[in-house]
Write a protein that binds this ligand. Structure first.
Ligand SMILES: [Zn+2]
Length: 782
């Protein structure tokens, strides 16, 4: 092993780091294994600001281990795992816990569990044991990593009833393995024996497992155990076909979720019985709801059970961008609570398609994903595949950021987000409205809306619809982005929010369907929208909705009122007179009477109280140019309706699917109109203003006596085309933060560029300028 490849040496000893270590060790003194605390925090980080010594985190290991590392062991690694070097890397990166492969598909220790296959090159080595001992000696927590998803052929031959089979009894295969069934003895006995063996022999703090939830939603298991168990629950046989309109299939979906929660609960009972109340089994979970739905992982129920969420969400996608990682942190903490941790596996290797496990991801690409995670309350967890990498650049990637994270813990934990805009979601909508088109019907509108909010520098929080009552007090606006499947109770909670004066922005078929995705006679919130769905409207039909969502038609929206009669531009004989002023939601569009659209609209019934701000212009040819003129320049088919309620609450209903179109087409007009609608419905009650060039993702938090603004600079040639290979500074940025109660605002500290200054104060706001932001900046106002 070439030891000089990681260039950053461990930070030198200093009084500050000594004090931190002492504090950490004192807090941890009662702990047997994790918590000897030999390298709890860095003194300083290269090029960054020096923070005050953070208070030592208290509580059990799963509250204290704030940085994680994982060397995902391949079967060849027992021949070459350089434990001494990796211990140095643990120290350099200030990790407080490691994830070490233990068992499942193969064992990395001399297991005695029958047919638990040992890794090919394990030989006599107890690699898991060595690493676990080393980590404990270094004061680190250890997650024993399992993979429950499958096994090799010899186990299938010995126990065919442990494995998932299709309708004709043929076993499901994945990656040359046989897929184990969550309802059979593989999960209920074999894996539990492995968990018990590992606890008894090595005392890991807990267990993770990235493939814990069995067969995905795309396949139905017809093994004897599933047949029997489903029949006992539903009183009927398993569904033969996928049919979202079939009650048996719907029941199978719900039951499949319940089976995974049983796995979660059972595994936790076993590890806690064997290893004590803090010996947790926490699986792994993804950050995107559609991905979780496809694996029957119920985000809300899992977070309700979990003490810590280990996120397996290693990279950004071109379609959703870096900002999604900040959002994932907020979505998960919204379910989990902000006092708990959500570390995320962050790939140091090339993962943005195509994947090269052994090549280093460009450092700026890793960096932006990681700092977006920090901004959303996610903790770092570096991840390598294989213990010996010839592309040595990846060892340098996490060092400086992890050291920065360690030095600035005080500002990254024990904080609460500030946002007046809530964006509603539910996994039930992903399942029963999204069905097999969740990408198109649920994800894309959400992504477009997120991009509009980020671009508009509008702080927002994802809010689960079932938590609206709990969380409503902080919001001035609730957004329903294509959120069609809503139970009566969820509809009622939205209604109460608006009755309490909250604003509402709803798009597309929001509130049209019940919790199973069946269309109601009208939008459940039609009276709030001021718009009703006629009986024969195409939006009611699933196939029509799909066609409209997928199409890119040559259609437009006409803004009212029309202003083209004004100004020194070409004029036509039939121009309407430009009298009056436009609605503030159309601010910035005075130089156009039309906006590009691309979708299809049919007529709604509009209540007299409501105002139509945009109407549909039906399709006409794009080419040849001779034919590219509007055949029907004007209709009364509403695309955008605003409806101010008697109590002053502002409601906007956007029938035109500009959220989805912005997610797909990236037309700035769509992003601008969405941001306008957010500002108008929220009554401009936003806690932050940031002016200056660039794409900046803004996250605002409060601590007692402090506001903390985390800005991530996503201005980059590679922002929408991975990977990023250089960072481009932006600035100056003019920032105004509304001071939360109890924040004086007399001092401003910058945690990345360094320095302390005094902001300008006035009207309850703190104003300051950031000269330049390279990757990210954290401004602490106190
Ligand atoms: Zn089965």
């Amino acid at each position: 092993m070439n030891h000089e490849t990681a260039s950053s040496a461990p930070a030198p000893e200093s009084r500050r780091s000594f004090l931190k270590k002492t504090a950490f060790a004192t807090a941890a003194v009662a702990l047997v294994r994790f918590g000897a605390g030999t390298h709890a925090a860095a003194a300083a980080e290269p090029g960054g600001a020096v923070a005050d010594a953070p208070a030592a985190p208290a509580g059990p290991w799963y509250r204290r281990a704030r940085r994680w590392g994982q060397t995902n062991i391949t079967e060849i690694d027992p021949t070459r795992y350089d434990v001494a070097w990796w211990r140095q890397q643990w120290k350099r990166t200030r990790v407080q816990g490691v994830i070490v492969n233990a068992g499942g598909i193969v064992a990395y220790y001399p297991t005695q569990v029958p047919m638990h296959r040992r890794a090919q090159f394990l030989g006599d080595r107890d690699l898991f044991g060595e690493l676990c001992t080393a980590a404990h000696a270094d004061g680190l927590a250890v997650f024993a990593r399992m993979d429950s998803s499958g096994a090799h052929e010899e186990l299938y031959r010995a126990h065919p009833d442990w494995f998932a089979v299709d309708a004709v009894g043929k076993p499901y295969r994945a990656r040359d393995l046989y897929v184990s069934c969550v309802n059979g003895p593989y999960y209920e006995q074999h894996l539990l024996a492995i968990l018990r063996e590992l606890v008894a022999r090595y005392h890991p703090e807990g267990f993770t497992d990235n493939s814990w939830s069995g067969l995905g939603r795309g396949s139905i298991c017809y093994c004897e155990n599933c047949q029997k168990k489903f029949h006992e629950r539903a009183g009927r046989d398993l569904p033969r076909l996928k049919d979202w309109n079939d009650p048996t299939y719907r029941e199978w979906i719900r039951w499949s979720y319940a089976c995974r929660l049983e796995v979660w609960d059972r595994n936790n009972r076993v590890t806690r019985d064997a290893g004590g109340p803090d010996c947790l089994w926490v699986g792994m979970n993804g950050g995107d709801v559609a991905g979780q739905a496809e694996q029957f992982r119920d985000c809300k129920e899992i977070c309700a059970r979990a003490e810590i969420i280990m996120l397996d969400d290693q990279r950004r996608q071109n379609a959703t961008g870096f900002a999604r990682n900040g959002e994932v942190g907020k979505l998960v903490h919204g379910l989990l609570g902000w006092d708990k941790l959500a570390p995320e596996s962050m790939a140091m290797y090339q993962t943005t398609a195509p994947t090269f496990r052994l090549s280093s991801k460009p450092e700026p690409e890793s960096r932006l994903w990681m700092v977006e995670g920090f901004a959303g309350g996610i903790q770092p967890w570096w991840h390598h595949v294989g213990a010996y990498d010839e592309d040595r650049r990846m060892y340098r990637t996490p060092v400086a950021l992890c050291q920065w994270h360690a030095a600035n813990e005080e500002f990254l934990f024990n904080r609460r987000p500030i946002a007046t805009v809530g964006v509603a979601w539910s996994q039930q909508n992903t399942d029963f409205f999204g069905r097999d088109d969740a990408e198109l019907q649920v994800e894309l509108p959400w992504n477009g809306l997120r991009q509009a909010l980020v671009r508009g520098r509008i702080p927002y929080l994802p809010v689960h619809l079932d938590h609206l009552e709990r969380d409503a007090a902080q919001f001035r606006l609730l957004i329903l982005p294509n959120l069609a499947a809503m139970s009566d109770a969820q509809v009622a909670s939205v209604r109460r929010f608006v009755e309490g004066g909250g604003g509402l922005l709803a798009t597309g078929p929001s509130s049209l369907c019940n919790e199973w995705g069946d269309a109601r006679p009208d939008f459940a919130l039609a009276d709030l929208f001021g718009a009703h769905l006629p009986e024969n409207h195409g939006m009611r039909v699933e196939a029509t909705r799909r066609r409209w969502a997928a199409e890119s038609a040559h259609t437009y929206l006409r803004l009212t009122l029309e202003l083209r009669a004004r100004g020194d531009v070409p004029h036509a004989p039939d121009e309407p007179p430009a009298t009056g002023e436009r609605h503030p939601a159309l601010r910035g569009f005075d130089a156009t009477d039309i906006l590009p659209f691309g979708g299809t609209l049919e007529a709604l019934r509009i209540e007299p109280s409501a105002q139509v701000l945009a109407t549909f212009i039906p399709p006409f040819p794009v080419s040849p140019p001779e034919m590219s003129w509007m055949r029907t320049p004007k209709t009364d088919i509403a695309g955008l309706v605003v409806n101010q309620r008697a109590n002053g609450a502002r409601v906007a209903y956007l029938a035109a699917d500009l959220d989805r179109r912005y997610g797909r087409d990236n037309l700035p007009d769509h992003g601008d109109l969405l941001a306008n609608l957010v500002r108008w419905t929220a009554r401009d009650d936003l806690p932050l203003r940031v002016e200056g060039p660039g794409l900046i993702d803004c996250h605002l938090y409060r601590q007692p006596g402090r506001a903390i603004l985390h800005l991530v600079n996503l201005t980059n040639a590679g922002t929408w085309r991975a990977p990023v290979d250089e960072l481009i500074p932006v600035g100056p940025l003019r920032v105004a933060v509304r001071l939360p109660d109890g924040v004086a605002g007399r001092r401003l500290r910058l945690l990345v560029s360094g320095g302390t200054t005094s902001p300008d104060l006035g009207d309850g706001w703190a104003r300051f300028e950031l000269r330049s932001v390279l990757d990210h900046e954290v401004a602490v106002i106190e």
